[in-house]
Design a protein around this ligand. Structure first.
Ligand code: GDP
Ligand code: ZN
Length: 473
């Protein structure tokens, strides 16, 4: 079987048409005549001819990638042609006349690379993320993953678990005859505990990889009229939400995705929270805002600078005490938010006297802003602070410490630990392990890792991965 694939469709400078599979040689000969003088992985300028009509379709570059040193592992080639629809259509028509060639399905080149053993499933998903990446930090993370950073970590655990299984089975089968020392068993449980601890470390990542991949869900909350919509508009530098002096203007949740210094952020502007309303629409909006909070990765708690200052100076409460009281005033269950990252922001500092402003600026860990008068000396430190929070939340993935980027990996890793623990719980070195049952328990742990990398052809996982993967590869 052969694949022909269009990388991108529409007018562009250059289009690349890729062919993969055992019929690649025939395809090249049909289009450019002899393929023989072409060196592997060199670009040659050639005339591309229609095999039936012999008409010249275009002049372009052809590259020959003999397998297995190709992306798919099969023989493959690339035709780089001028990117007009007519040229591409004529090339596809020409290739269609070559026996055994057909258009590739979405993601088929990658699928072939996977089945050919060139890349594992985490690399496939990394490649998909790379294609879909929208910000610089996302691109870096996806590139690491597509280059095998995660794959190396998981493969090392996989190999070690295989060794453990092999040792266990050898001990079970041959301990008596071959006089295998009980020390093997002791070493085995030590090694398993080491693996558990490494997986736990990997899992204990505050979901930084997933946050970076999926975007940091940032919800703006506060009392009515404190300037939530103004803040969203200021950060995104356009009028996303309607701003009016009328309390209760924002009723629905307004979402906006933004690239913030390389980090993807999904902002949500919410209805002002308060207890005193009978308005059905406003009540619904408040309900939605509370729901949105539960899914937030970061909460920007906006307050009026004058209010805050009054509380702190006259009531002599700490910033934390003020925050708790304010959340209560907004009718929020403070306990349900303890695990959330909350940043308090004082808005409308343009309404403060210079002395008041000075006092406010001294408060540690408080962000100050004026959405009405967004002067650089106020806005820039604010944006810098916000970027700092994003950097903290998303972290910096490295080749040595790649991050979990998919919930799927997390679930399998947790299950893997469970299986190892079940094995260890039942298994004491001085008790002769119950043969097949013990071995099976360890194999279950191994399978969890293999489900991540795709070593076991668990078709339901594979189907999802390749179906989700349909642009350009
Ligand atoms: P929301 O109800 O919290 O979304 O608040 P809005 O963004 O709709 O703003 C409510 C009112 O406060 C509007 O009249 C804004 O113009 C005003 N406002 C917002 N930010 C500031 C600010 O920094 N300074 C001043 N003086 N007014 C502001
Ligand atoms: Zn609003």
């Amino acid at each position: 079987m052969n694949g022909v694939k269009l990388s991108g469709y529409g007018k562009c400078g250059v289009s690349v048409i890729r062919v993969s599979g055992p019929r690649t040689r025939h395809a090249m000969e049909a289009i450019i005549g002899s393929r023989r003088e072409l060196k592997a992985r060199y670009a040659y300028l050639k005339s591309f001819n229609h095999p039936k009509t012999k008409e010249v379709i275009d002049k372009g570059l052809v590259l020959w990638f003999p397998g297995p040193a190709s992306f798919t592992g099969e023989d493959s080639c690339e035709f780089q042609v001028h990117g007009s629809l007519a040229v591409v259509a004529a090339m596809l028509d020409a290739l269609g006349t070559v026996e055994g060639l057909r258009p590739a399905a979405a993601g088929e080149f990658t699928k072939r690379a996977f089945y050919g053993g060139k890349i594992d499933l985490t690399e496939v998903e990394g490649l998909a993320d790379l294609i879909h990446s929208e910000t610089e930090a996302q691109r870096k993370q996806a590139l690491l993953q597509s280059s095998g950073a995660l794959s190396r970590v998981y493969d090392s655990w996989r190999r070690r678990l295989i060794r453990c299984s092999a040792h266990l089975e050898a001990y079970i089968d041959f301990a008596e005859e071959e006089n295998i020392e009980d020390d093997v068993v002791l070493q085995l449980s030590k090694e398993l505990r080491r693996i558990i601890s490494e997986i736990r470390n990997h899992l204990n990542d505050q979901r930084q990889g997933e946050l970076l991949r999926n975007g940091v869900r940032t919800t703006i909350i506060g009392a009515p009229n404190v300037g939530k919509s103004s803040l969203l508009n200021m950060i995104c530098q356009r009028e996303i939400a309607i701003v009016t002096p009328i309390a209760g203007t924002t009723r629905d949740i307004i979402e906006s995705t933004h690239n913030f210094g390389g980090y993807p952020v999904i902002f949500a502007d919410t209805a002002g929270l308060h207890k005193n309303t009978d308005d059905i629409v406003e009540l619904k909006g408040i309900g939605k805002a509370k729901e949105c909070l539960q899914n937030a990765d970061l909460i920007l708690l906006l307050t009026d600078a004058r209010e805050l200052l009054k509380n702190i100076t006259t009531l002599k409460c700490s910033l934390h005490e003020y925050q708790v009281a304010y959340l209560k005033q907004l009718d929020l269950d403070v306990n349900s938010l303890v695990d959330k990252r909350i940043q308090l922001i004082a808005n409308k500092i343009d309404l403060l006297s210079p002395e008041e402003l000075q006092k406010l600026m001294k408060i540690y860990n408080l962000f100050c802003i004026s959405c009405k008068q967004p002067k650089a000396d106020v806005v820039n430190p604010f944006l810098k602070g916000f970027e700092g929070i994003l950097r903290e939340l998303c972290g910096q993935p490295t080749a040595e410490h790649p991050r979990i980027t998919h919930e799927r990996y997390r679930q399998q890793l947790e299950r893997c630990i469970e299986h190892i623990n079940i094995f260890l719980d039942e298994y004491a070195p001085d008790i002769f392990p119950d043969t097949a049952i013990s071995a099976q328990k360890l194999r279950n742990a191994l399978k969890c890792i293999e489900r991540i990398t795709g070593h076991v052809s668990s078709d339901d996982i594979l189907d999802v991965v390749f179906k989700d993967f349909c642009i350009g590869k």
